[in-house]
Write a protein that binds this ligand. Structure first.
Ligand code: FMN
Length: 213
């Protein structure tokens, strides 16, 4: 197993995977655990991971994803879904469950959160509740990609898709996709690299961090 920093060095946006190599169930569950345990705003776990290993489904989704070969050459193609705003409506069963499960039930926090959502909706504040929900999926996916790298598994985040095209393709090819309840945040392909990694290009720390002392 790689150390954290070794995994950070290993991870790159893999453009083409070895189609003959498949990720084991055990390893993929490890990756999903990293997603599941990720932090989320108010602990609302906005995500749902649609894990696609079916070749015909991958092929059906590829054209909507700018025809990127990662979609079909990978072992596991994960579409990260985001709970739609209805999950977070005042009085929703989901909000009640989320705050009710905290030690002793946190009704005070529930009321505060409901008021925040109402304010965002009433005043059309940014981000919209839908965008805010999608943003959480990015955090989970970062942890999943690092977890994969710990196990020498490659990944490629995929934001290159037409939203409506991908949604239509998913509606047509994935019975389990409930577009009433979930919107698409983005996707990540996981598998094993077929070519060596390209150099990791990053700005120096002095350009990306400022210390206020
Ligand atoms: C949100 C997000 C979306 C991305 N979408 C794509 C994509 O659709 N196709 C692709 O080849 N790379 C995609 N990338 C990969 C980036 O281009 C890549 O991470 C960046 O160039 C840095 O390279 P590295 O990850 O190999 O270090 C995406 C990255 C992020 C974070």
């Amino acid at each position: 197993m790689k150390s954290f920093m070794e995994a950070m060095d290993f991870r790159h946006a893999c453009k083409s995977f070895d189609e003959t190599k498949k990720i084991s169930k055990e390893d993929f569950l490890f990756i999903l655990e990293a997603g599941r345990k990720s932090p989320s705003s108010f602990g609302l776990e906005h995500w749902h991971f649609l894990v696609i290993t079916n070749d015909a489904v991958k092929a059906a989704l590829r054209p909507a994803c700018w025809d990127q070969r990662q979609v079909t050459t990978c072992s596991h193609f994960v579409v990260l879904l985001a709970k739609k705003p209805s999950w977070f409506e005042k009085g929703s069963a989901y909000l009640d469950m989320s705050f009710g499960r905290k030690a002793g039930g946190n009704t005070e926090m529930l009321k505060k959160v409901e008021a925040v959502f109402e304010n965002f909706k009433a005043n059309e504040l940014k981000p919209s509740v839908e965008d805010w929900s999608k943003m959480q999926a990015y955090l989970a996916s970062g942890n999943m990609m690092t977890a994969a790298a710990v196990l020498d598994i490659d990944s490629c985040p995929i934001e290159g898709f037409g939203y409506d095209l991908l949604e239509d393709a998913m509606k047509n090819s994935i019975a389990e996709f409930d577009s009433e309840k979930y919107s698409i945040a983005y996707a990540v392909a996981f598998g094993y690299r077929i070519k060596p990694q390209t150099p990791q290009l990053r700005l120096p720390l002095s350009e990306v961090a400022t210390f206020i002392e």
